[in-house]
Write a protein that binds this ligand. Structure first.
Ligand SMILES: Nc1ncnc2c1ncn2[C@@H]1O[C@H](COP(=O)(O)OP(=O)(O)OP(=O)(O)O)[C@@H](O)[C@H]1O
Ligand SMILES: [Mg+2]
Length: 164
């Protein structure tokens, strides 16, 4: 019997961001997806790829006002919009699984709302399958190639308005 090593990708959409404005346009398009109100989106890519930048444009497009901090030090920043909870995680510095319980991360993840996660691989055994994985690959100072992989049926709804 062959073992399934990776969860299947249900659908993929690709984009090129020539500059940050293109990143903002995709964020705006994604913000229009109703399914985002209860979804888990992983943001992948190396340091400085644009994960937090995309998250900022997305959250502003969804109606979050004011400054959006990178959650690198706090592990998570939370936002409360009208009937919508948003948690933005960055697990880059995550090294103590006990924090998953102690800092209330499990509860945030279990609750309905939008979860955005940077550096998910650093907390991999604790995290469920994402609905959408956004992989940002820098090609130059401003150029980014971007891949949107839908990992669940909800992820397919999310990529409906994105890329090609
Ligand atoms: N096409 C682009 N899309 C997004 N950001 C861009 C683009 N071109 C340049 N940038 C710049 O790249 C930087 C990306 O930084 P950002 O903090 O978003 O990266 P990150 O992926 O979150 O890194 P980290 O792993 O450190 O959290 C920002 O300064 C942003 O202005
Ligand atoms: Mg970041």
């Amino acid at each position: 019997m062959t073992q399934l090593q990776h969860p299947p990708i249900l659908g993929t959409s690709q984009a090129t961001w020539a500059d940050e404005a293109a990143c903002a346009r995709d964020a705006l398009a994604l913000a229009g997806a109703a399914a985002l109100r209860d979804a888990f989106v992983e943001l992948e890519g190396p340091l400085g790829a644009g994960k937090t930048t995309f998250a900022r444009h997305l959250l502003h497009a969804m109606g979050v006002a004011g400054r959006i901090r990178s959650p690198t030090y706090a592990l998570v920043e939370t936002y409360e919009l009208d009937h919508l909870a948003i948690s933005h995680f960055d697990f880059y510095r995550f090294d103590d699984p006990q924090e998953w319980e102690d800092a209330g991360l499990r509860d945030l993840f279990g609750a309905p709302g939008l979860k955005l996660v940077e550096w998910a691989e650093k907390a991999a055994p604790l995290l469920p399958l994402p609905d959408l994985r956004v992989t940002i690959t820098p090609q130059g100072e401003h150029d980014r190639s971007v891949r949107y992989d839908a990992m669940t049926p909800k992820g397919l709804l999310l990529i409906d308005n994105l890329g090609s």
